[in-house]
Ligand binder design. Structure first.
Ligand SMILES: Cc1cc2nc3c(=O)[nH]c(=O)nc-3n(C[C@H](O)[C@H](O)[C@H](O)COP(=O)(O)O)c2cc1C
Length: 339
């Protein structure tokens, strides 16, 4: 079964979320090779984008085959958001998503991200301004269930306003801003939003395995599922979820040799697209993702942090996987709590 966001027809009901400092081009290329149907850039600041900030422009890097691809905007000023959205549409992204979920103190203090959950009037002005600016691709919004109120009523109100302004879909992360990443995502609150609007509702939060996705669909009645941390170091998760949602048997877990090969390919893509220096830094994080739950992973991580060049990182990874004992647990994502 597919998922339709306005004019954008997706082949899968499983979506990979935007992840700051994680969902970069190499991450997406690996994910796509393994069946990711729809992915996002990490969020970009509307202010920085409209000021032509070089660092922000680098976040927009993409490549042939990296489609369909959504871009997500963070901001609090309707006209700045509209101008930034127009830039994204002109650059050919397949959808523009608006961030109403980032819980970080500094962001919220600026009236951006999750702060908009507590300011529905301003949020609606942003929806309207962006919809006026962007006519060719769908505009969507990703929100939390509320700012402090965990009932889901704030998200219901915002979703109704988003629908009234012509947005094509709503993603709901089942936690409030106050909850940050604590506790479990509330799928019943996502269900409230689903019942309140006719546009597609994508549920999000704590989906790491097929049984989580099944529970999310059952409890909330949502139209699609967005996974965040579950995709880190585990690109096999997409086909597993697709199979489960289609009622098919789960594909076999990847072998140790395959896991090694994919991590080494991720490293090669990092060097190709980010350059030697940044790739070396990024591999500290990426190695943690792929080795979560494996024996001796900590020793590897320490060594990778000390490696001066990616050539050394490559050798460390090879040695680590070649020495793994038989019967290691299947891939599991690290539960990173920072956004
Ligand atoms: C490291 C990190 C970076 C994130 N960056 C973004 C972001 O740029 N935009 C966004 O909407 N959500 C962001 N999130 C939130 C996730 O997209 C997702 O909503 C949240 O992690 C819950 O889903 P999960 O339990 O499947 O991870 C981030 C989360 C993490 C852990």
């Amino acid at each position: 079964m597919s998922l339709r966001l306005g004019r954008l027809e997706l082949s899968s009901r499983v979506v990979q979320s935007p992840l700051a400092a994680c969902s970069d081009l190499p991450f997406r290329l690996i994910a796509r090779e393994h069946g990711m149907g729809y992915g996002f850039l990490e969020m970009v600041s509307a202010q920085s984008l409209t000021r032509d900030n070089g660092k922000t422009l680098r976040l927009l890097r993409t490549a042939p085959g990296d489609r369909p691809l959504g871009a997500q905007l963070l901001g609090g000023e309707p006209e700045v958001m509209a101008e930034a959205a127009r830039i994204l549409e002109d650059r050919g992204f397949d959808a523009v998503d608006l961030n109403l979920g980032c819980p970080v103190k500094k962001v919220v203090g600026n009236g951006e991200g999750a702060a908009l959950l507590a300011d529905p009037g301003r949020a609606e002005k942003i929806f309207a301004a962006v919809r006026r600016a962007v006519r060719r691709v769908p505009v969507t919004v990703k929100m939390r269930t509320g700012f402090q109120d965990a009932s889901g009523d704030e998200a219901v109100e915002l979703a109704r306003r988003a629908e009234a302004q012509g947005l094509a879909a709503v993603t709901v992360h089942g936690r409030t801003q106050a909850q940050q990443y604590a506790g479990r995502a509330d799928y019943a609150a996502i269900g409230k939003v689903k019942r309140a609007v006719a546009i597609p509702v994508i549920g999000n939060g704590d989906v790491l395995a097929p049984e989580d996705a099944r529970r999310l669909f059952e409890v909330s009645g949502c139209d699609g599922v967005m996974i965040g941390r579950g995709g880190l170091g585990n690109p096999w998760v997409y086909r597993g979820l697709d199979a489960a949602l289609a009622g098919e048997a789960a594909p076999p877990p990847p072998s140790v040799a395959e896991r090694k090969a994919v991590l080494l390919k991720h490293l090669a893509l990092e060097v190709e697209h980010c350059g030697e220096r940044l790739a070396n830094l990024n591999m500290r994080r990426i190695t943690v993702w792929y080795t979560a739950g494996l024996p001796n992973a900590k020793t590897l991580r320490v060594a990778v942090c000390q490696a001066a060049q990616t050539g050394a990182v490559r050798a460390l990874i090879e040695e680590f996987f070649d020495r793994l004992p038989a019967g290691v647990p299947p891939p599991t994502a690290p539960l990173l709590l920072a956004e």
